[in-house]
Design a protein around this ligand. Sequence first.
Ligand code: ADP
Ligand code: MG
Length: 327
Amino acid sequence: MCIGGFNEFAATKQAIDKVMNALKDDEATTIGVYGMGGVGKTTMVKYVGAQAQKSRLFNQVIMAVVSQNPDLIQIQETFAEMLDFKLEEKTEIGRAIKLKEKIMRGTGILIILDDIWKRIEFSRIGIPNHNELLRCNSKVLLTTRRSSVCQIMESHAKIRLNILSKEDSWSLFVKEARKSFDKSSNFYDVAREVVRECAGLPIALIAVARALRDEALDGWKEAARRLQVSQPPNPEDEGDVFKCIKLSYDYLKYDDSKSCFLLCCLFPEDYDIPIEYLLMYGIGKGMFQDSNMLEARATTYLVVKALKDSSLLLDARAEGCTASGSW
Ligand SMILES: Nc1ncnc2c1ncn2[C@@H]1O[C@H](COP(=O)(O)OP(=O)(O)O)[C@@H](O)[C@H]1O
Ligand SMILES: [Mg+2]
């Protein structure tokens, strides 16, 4: 099933059902979802949040990204904005107190904390503790790559989001590559090989399918070869995502797109990057040598669109911005 670009893969459905059950459990106030980078945690909890609000399980859903280097003030700001009030206090602790008061005055709020890497004190942000959450019928839904973080954060339910099955991987890849891959075609075996290398990760399947969409058979064979031999620079890294994102970058057609992507990597993960900044940095880097300002701006917007189409960049929350992914 596909609703507005969201696919309910078998693995996704299994995890969603478990999350929904936990959200209905009166005793559970913190629910942890874990799984590899790029497996679909953020996409899934956004969908769950929307469903939970639509079905009136919660009155309101608020969400903030925590990421590897949490900016607590920014997280508080995001929550305050979503709850439609202003935090005037300067200090983290002062803001935390106000935020908690606001959450506890409401009822039935689902608080989503996306991409947690290490223990983070709810009280420092302004999230009520277990007993307080029980009192205001509110819950926390968190996502993380590490199952140990679910324990550290004292989650009452710990739900794993698995990689896609072979069948789901294949159908997502075929859809994104916009090809039919007839069994008798020369592309079939090489496409199967490429899909295997994507290891059931939606982000890898989408990035690689889009990169290869318009390539001839030789381009596909070369991609399969590169994916097979690719070694992540750091063995600790999740190599499958790395090699697929690298392939997607390598297959970008224009140097401007590559330069623009590298400029985006200078920004923190999950950051709304103003496209005008990319234009300025691009000029500073010596891009757009033969263009006037109007042409340079138009090129920057086109390049950003191409990078979003390749899934190397994401849509931002703010107008005129793009967002860097967190892989
Ligand atoms: N259920 C899904 N349906 C459609 N696309 C998905 C789904 N899950 C993940 N994706 C795609 O994969 C990419 C990575 O997913 P994301 O939720 O960011 O992974 P994670 O948060 O686990 O790193 C997303 O940008 C989205 O395009
Ligand atoms: Mg995520």
